[in-house]
Design a protein around this ligand. Structure first.
Ligand code: AMP
Length: 292
């Protein structure tokens, strides 16, 4: 384990670039720089991404930036958890070499309204989280593109937990000829199945108790349709009904899609992804399961 004194923290692109230009290729054939983009409040899910990057790349950079451009006006930008000191220690312990942690004025010097944006195709963002979070995926693509240009990684790591985001980023990289490998990493969960999320800290005890039912619903759809005994449509309707009966849980969507194209499907295809979003009080949770 590396000690926290060795981690480099950069708050400006200029400082980072100076360090980046000093890196020497060790000739191992591994990618020189791997990037793990995050919004901080790091948990074991993030650590898994960092560890995977550590095992595959010569240098690992974690970005910690709560991106205002991807939050709607009524979303939780202001109260999003921020814990930079702890985050940099976690990055160091997980084996990262550097943390990129710019302020909003450094990253959007011309302001948010005026910046050039990356707009993903409607077929990827016209359903699931897209309509519920107008502007969100433009904000994500724009910040990821900016991070790619600032950090210049060879490879970048994203969680399957944010599955629509992963598909949108893969498409962006393909459409805009971005020379970076995108690696998807399996979702890390609590022992009871709840997907780890920085927002879980906001769940009250009764909400935390019912939160694992999201993953349980996804698993039940997968299992009931696997044998062909239950149709996908029936399994989805029944699971939606079950979730809707949970007090204080507001189901936003529960859908099945082609895992590669994200096109909605009415019958089982492989690979398929079943995705769910729900609000527990004011806390919004998403989850998914990939059926391979
Ligand atoms: P965030 O800080 O929430 O923007 O997440 C940063 C990265 O970590 C994204 O690529 C997420 O998909 C990924 N991530 C978040 N939670 C998990 C999890 N439970 N398991 C695996 N990856 C995750």
């Amino acid at each position: 384990m590396k000690s926290s004194v060795h981690i480099q923290v950069f708050t400006t692109i200029a400082q980072y670039r100076q360090w980046r230009s000093s890196l020497k290729d060790d000739g191992s054939g591994k990618p020189l720089v791997g990037l793990v983009p995050t919004m901080g409040a790091l948990h074991r899910g993030h650590v898994t991404l960092i560890e995977q990057a550590r095992s595959q790349c010569q240098y690992v950079v974690v970005s910690v930036f709560v991106n205002p451009l991807q939050f709607g006006p009524n979303e939780d930008f202001d109260r999003y958890p921020r814990a930079f000191q702890k985050d940099s220690e976690i990055c160091s312990q997980a084996g990262a070499d550097a943390v990129f942690h710019p302020g909003v004025p450094e990253f959007y010097p011309g302001g948010l309204a005026e910046t050039t944006k990356v707009i993903p195709p409607p077929r990827l963002i016209g359903h699931l989280c897209g309509p519920l979070r107008p502007g969100h995926f433009e904000g994500v693509c724009t910040v990821v593109m900016k991070l790619f240009n600032a950090i210049q990684p060879v490879r970048a790591y994203f969680g399957e937990k944010d599955y629509q985001q992963l598909v949108v980023i893969r498409q962006m990289v393909s459409d805009l000829n971005v020379p970076i490998d995108i690696v998807g990493v399996a979702t890390v969960r609590e022992p009871d199945g709840l997907a780890l999320s920085s927002r879980n800290v906001y769940l009250q005890a009764d909400q935390r108790d019912v939160a694992p039912q999201l993953q349980a619903a996804l698993c039940s759809i997968r299992d009931r349709t696997a044998s062909g005994a239950t149709s996908l449509q029936d399994a989805l309707v029944e699971a939606r009904n079950d979730l809707s009966r949970i007090p204080n849980l507001q189901l936003q969507y529960l859908e099945a899609c082609d895992a590669q194209t994200l096109e909605p499907v009415t019958e089982v295809v492989r690979p398929m992804v079943i995705l769910v979003a729900a609000k527990l009080g004011s806390v919004r949770l998403i989850d998914n399961i990939i059926v391979r």
